[in-house]
Write a protein that binds this ligand. Structure first.
Ligand SMILES: Cc1cc2nc3c(=O)[nH]c(=O)nc-3n(C[C@H](O)[C@H](O)[C@H](O)COP(=O)(O)O)c2cc1C
Ligand SMILES: Nc1ncnc2c1ncn2[C@@H]1O[C@H](COP(=O)(O)OP(=O)(O)OP(=O)(O)O)[C@@H](O)[C@H]1O
Length: 204
């Protein structure tokens, strides 16, 4: 099945988007697996209810790739296509390079403050800022922060990008695909969503 994206999100680099209010979710979102999908859908649903924009803030590459050598599940184009299919209004893509990585948790709080988040949705273990010093308790001191309970597979285990990577590495690609949760969907990149050009720049 081909998926044509009729409502593509606006895609922004870090430090460029300014909003008077939004519902925000943040994460590496590598693979945009079933847990990520639930988190993004939750943010989009609350934004619609409140009449606000929805914003997904993500990183390219996913931090674990440069930090631990993990093989990404999705390259940025596919990740943006999957996210766009969940219909957020905006996607912010931060270039996760050495300079960005050195930003403190307080720097990050200031940066997302430019979107004026009315509400933030994250998972249980979300960390941010240099040396991962920022956590959900810190986020909650600045913003109305909501934690989505972990989405689990039928066997009760938490769905995670790491688990999907491990399943793929073990040749268990059917199980990996079930946890990713994009069955048989191919994205038509030429239609509606504009994808990264060179140097980490994006058409918006
Ligand atoms: C400004 C900023 C700086 C970061 N610096 C580091 C770092 O020094 N070391 C690290 O392991 N992760 C760092 N991270 C990545 C976070 O640990 C985490 O992977 C990221 O916020 C995405 O959260 P998630 O992994 O729960 O999706 C940084 C994140 C942000 C936003
Ligand atoms: N199964 C899940 N259910 C709900 N939220 C999740 C789930 N997995 C991750 N999240 C949340 O989604 C956001 C992005 O998480 P992240 O990209 O680190 O996913 P991950 O699957 O935990 O990745 P990794 O296994 O590489 O650490 C974070 O806020 C995280 O807490």
């Amino acid at each position: 099945m081909d998926l044509h994206l009729e409502f593509p999100a606006s895609i922004h680099r870090q430090d460029t988007l300014k909003l008077s209010g939004c519902v925000l979710t943040i994460g590496a979102f590598d693979g945009v697996h079933r847990g990520h999908q639930e988190l993004i859908r939750t943010a989009v649903r609350h934004a619609r209810r409140l009449g606000l924009s929805s914003v997904v803030y993500t990183f390219d590459p996913p931090p674990k790739a440069p930090l631990t050598g993990a093989q990404p599940l999705t390259e940025i184009g596919d990740k943006l296509a999957r996210m766009s299919a969940l219909a957020p209004d905006h996607i912010v893509v931060a270039s996760f390079d050495t300079a960005y990585r050195a930003r403190t948790a307080e720097d990050f709080i200031r940066e997302i403050g430019a979107f004026n988040p009315y509400m933030i949705w994250v998972g249980e273990d979300f960390r941010f800022g240099s040396c991962k010093r920022g956590n959900n308790e810190m986020l909650a001191r600045y913003f109305d922060t909501h934690i989505l309970p972990a989405v689990r597979c039928e066997a009760g285990e938490i769905v995670s990008s790491s688990r999907i990577r491990a399943l793929k590495a073990a040749g268990r690609s059917n199980e990996a695909a079930r946890l990713e949760g994009w069955p048989g969907i191919r994205f038509d990149r030429r239609s509606s969503v504009n994808f990264p050009v060179t140097n980490g720049g994006y058409h918006v």
